[in-house]
Design a protein around this ligand. Structure first.
Ligand code: 9MR
Length: 370
């Protein structure tokens, strides 16, 4: 889609004192976003207000995934996804579509059919083609970026295929590596103006190696050489304070993707740490209260310093609504707002980063002459 004019980035009140994340990010031409639970829009006022006021790009956390949009074969349910797109239009926001081909959250009719052999690989390919075409067509002109393919590369601790893909990935296993380029072509045909991304985690050295980065880099470089319509790389940005984070390598890797002629985006940022319990999510280490905003800030600054980085998205609004406690035993505190939807230290840290990058600070004459 065409990116609306810069004025639409901010909250529409035209107030230069607007210190929302979206308004501050707009000053440097960056969009600041969040993943959204579409079913809470309009029903949960505090939640809805934060989404509207603070963010200029939204991603459906689950509502655009295949199991959500086609729970029964041939019967589409666009309700929550359409509601999110409409909300975005009403609030001067753009939408990241997430995600067209992924091994998770597939409808059970599909996985069951493949499992019991009633869906052959040739039929699976046709079904995927229809899914990609129908979904991209449904939202044609309304999606800024699509996460076309999600998480098909092997992790650094797994044995990859020769081309770096995960041989056990559902799609790679059934349809081979060539499916990646095909899905990008199908998506491009259905909406030629959408920015088409490959989205994954640990692809900018966060796991302490550059193995996965190198695999994605080589593969995508080759796709570009073949003329596959891929426009960008989505780095998810799921960090954990217990592992540390090499911010220089992260920035260098983002820049390397960008130097291939690609856009980059931070698509699912959160920084988790150990907490007292999942209800309160108070960090058990007082140092984590500094590590969490610090690593989040490093994620944002790397994006700010790579001019091809077009958006920075947090994976959820508040800690009470995050995937983290349900997946990582004893961890939480990953987002910008706490379980009571109050802004955390990380919120003001990111505000400062955005203000600094916008160059709004003035110190008068150098040397402080009288
Ligand atoms: O946040 C999402 C959570 O609500 C779902 O239950 C989960 C199912 O796998 O997916 C989560 O989002 C994932 C995203 O779609 C892709 N990257 C990893 C995210 C966290 O698991």
């Amino acid at each position: 889609m065409l990116v609306p004019a810069a004025v639409a980035f901010a909250n529409g009140n035209g107030n230069s004192a607007d210190t929302s994340l979206r308004a501050l990010a707009a000053k440097q031409g960056l969009r600041f976003g969040t993943a959204v639970d579409a079913s809470q829009l309009g029903t949960n006022k505090a939640y809805t207000d934060i989404v509207a006021d603070q963010f200029s790009v939204v991603t459906a956390e689950n509502a655009m995934k295949w199991e959500s949009v086609e729970p029964t074969q041939g019967v589409y349910n666009w309700k929550d996804a359409d509601a999110l797109v409409k909300f975005a239009e009403q609030h001067g926001q753009v939408v990241r579509g997430h995600t067209l081909m992924w091994h998770n959250q597939l409808p059970s009719w599909l996985t069951t059919g493949v499992g019991n052999g009633t869906i052959s690989n040739a039929q699976l390919r046709d079904i995927l083609h229809k899914h990609v075409t129908d979904e991209v067509t449904h939202f044609k002109g309304k999606i800024w970026q699509w996460d076309v393919i999600n998480e098909v590369f092997a992790n650094s601790w797994e044995t990859p295929q020769a081309d770096g893909l995960n041989a056990n990935d559902f799609w790679v296993q059934h349809l081979g590596s060539g499916i990646i380029g095909d899905v990008f072509r199908w998506a491009h045909k259905a909406d030629p103006k959408a920015v088409l991304m490959y989205n994954d985690y640990n692809i900018t050295g966060e796991d302490g190696t550059n193995v996965k980065f190198q695999a994605v880099y080589n593969f995508v470089k080759d796709l570009r050489k073949q003329g596959v319509p891929i426009d960008g790389i989505g780095e998810q940005g799921h960090l954990d304070t217990q592992y540390g984070f090499d911010a220089q390598r992260y920035q260098a890797d983002l820049q390397a993707y960008a130097d291939l002629g690609l856009k980059v985006a931070i698509t699912e940022a959160d920084v988790r740490t150990f907490v007292n319990n999942s209800t309160e999510q108070v960090p058990t280490s007082s140092l984590a209260q500094f590590a969490q905003p610090f690593e989040f800030s490093e994620l944002l600054k790397g994006c700010e310093l790579v001019s091809q980085c077009i958006s920075f998205t947090a994976w959820g609004v508040h800690d009470g609504d995050s995937w983290i406690p349900g997946t990582f035993q004893g961890e939480g505190y990953g987002l910008l707002y706490d379980v009571n939807m109050q802004p955390k230290t990380v919120y003001s840290t990111l505000q400062q980063d955005l203000e600094l990058a916008a160059g709004t600070a003035h110190h008068g004459a150098l040397g402080g002459d009288k």
